[in-house]
Write a protein that binds this ligand. Structure first.
Ligand SMILES: C[S@@+](CC[C@H](N)C(=O)[O-])C[C@H]1O[C@@H](n2cnc3c(N)ncnc32)[C@H](O)[C@@H]1O
Length: 396
């Protein structure tokens, strides 16, 4: 389980990390990065545009960017009970005008193009203040939008003045480097996460609250825009595999790194404020990494190495002349020396691959022979797919 800093650090460590937090801290000279230090994780302190420019090209499988929103807040906002609403008032969110914001956006997106593999994908999260500008710029730069995801918040802040709708969602753009790029989409894993129903582009998730929300000793939020780990879990699961490298140029409290590490991915976080970077580092140090490949490997059957049924016969797992059955014992086929099957029933004589004969005996246009045909073992009927899995486990 991924946990928040207040919960997972010893009180001494937490105190030290919190003391290092200041809203505007002096940028530190970026640490040089070599290809050797890509595995595991690193927080790099400094300006992400400069740092990405200095990183080796094409190192990242995925970039998650949560850039400044450019909220342009005017005046103080209070709740009906006159308590003050803590918005994003830090200097990192302030830009002279839209042109300055657009120019900054172009610069960091150029950095992303440089560090991202050709097969990698970019995620950018934003609100109505910035996401349309970013979307337009990244399209102009050749990125290809794959989806926009609406993160609908279960617990949004009300519109206290009652002058507009409650702003209850943020938008994430998911994009590849260009239109024809191939990219990772763990479709089946996402479907499994959603109880075998295709995952949609509207995600209902709560804001980051409770134990997960990092707070200082006074109970004040350490960072105004800490993202929920559940959101990053889904993002990382969508577009990376075990061992891939995830880069976040606007690291903040390191939510992306915490989730990436927990899921066995390598990560690089870039953060301008050394106080936030220190918090991120301490937070991630406490995350337990899952290393068991059986838990982490989410490759779908379609992506798994192909095993022909003939290999099952060659390996002696089913002998030529042996019988296969459907799970109800209604149909029988005999295995031939070349891995094809023969069968006969009221529909005729059938000969061919496990799939062809499986379909023919049922009078169907198609059939997945791996799950239709079974072999006898210790008085039980077991699907031949188990033998394919055994070969995969031993071979790959
Ligand atoms: C919206 S917050 C990201 C919050 C983060 N996703 C989290 O869950 O904690 C943006 C962060 O980017 C940092 N930042 C702003 N401009 C930057 C730049 N040019 N280079 C690196 N970091 C920057 C800010 O200090 C801030 O912590």
């Amino acid at each position: 389980m991924l946990r928040g800093i207040g919960q997972c650090l010893s009180s001494g460590e937490a105190e030290q990390a919190m003391k290092r937090i200041s809203p505007i801290s002096t940028p530190v000279t970026p640490t040089p990065v070599t290809p050797n230090c890509m595995r595991g994780g690193r927080v790099l302190v400094g300006d992400c545009v400069e740092i990405m420019r200095g990183l080796p090209a094409g190192i990242a499988d995925m970039v998650f960017a949560d850039p400044p929103y450019n909220l342009q807040l005017g005046g103080e906002l209070t709740r009906p009970n006159q308590t003050r609403v803590n918005g994003v008032e830090d200097t990192w969110d302030k830009f002279a005008d839209f042109a300055a914001y657009d120019s900054f956006t172009r610069s960091w997106l150029e950095g992303v193009r440089h560090v991202l593999k050709d097969t990698g994908t970019l995620w950018v999260i934003g609100s109505y203040h910035n996401i349309f500008r970013i979307g337009s710029i990244l399209q102009d730069m050749g990125f290809w939008i794959l989806n926009d995801i609406v993160w609908r918040k279960t617990n949004p802040m009300p519109n206290f003045r009652g002058t507009r709708f409650a702003n209850a969602h943020e938008t994430m753009i998911w994009a590849s480097k260009d239109k024809n790029a191939s990219y990772t989409f763990n479709y089946e894993a996402l479907k499994m996460l959603n109880e075998d129903i295709q995952m949609r582009s509207d995600w209902l998730l709560p804001l980051c609250t409770g134990h997960e929300r990092l707070k200082d000793q006074q109970g004040t939020k350490v960072h105004p825009t800490q993202k929920p780990e559940a959101l990053l879990y889904r993002v990382v699961m969508t577009s990376t595999n075990n061992g891939d490298l995830v880069l976040d140029p606007f690291f903040g409290t390191g939510t992306t790194g915490a989730v990436a590490k927990g899921l066995g991915r390598s990560w690089i976080g870039i953060e301008r404020e050394s106080g936030y970077a220190a918090v991120a580092e301490s937070r991630i140090a406490e995350v337990k990494e899952v290393s068991d490949p059986n838990v982490l490997d989410i490759r779908s059957k379609r992506q798994a190495p192909r095993v022909p049924f003939g290999l099952v016969v060659e390996r002696g797992l089913i002998k030529p002349g042996g019988a296969l059955y459907d799970h109800r014992h209604n149909h029988t086929a005999i295995v031939r020396v070349d891995g094809t099957l023969v069968a006969a029933n009221h529909l005729g004589d059938h000969r061919g691959s496990i799939h062809q004969v499986g379909a023919a005996v049922q009078g169907l246009p198609a059939c997945n022979g791996w799950v239709f045909w079974h072999y006898e073992s210790g008085g039980n009927l077991l699907p031949i797919d188990l033998l394919r899995e055994q070969i995969r486990a031993e071979t790959y």
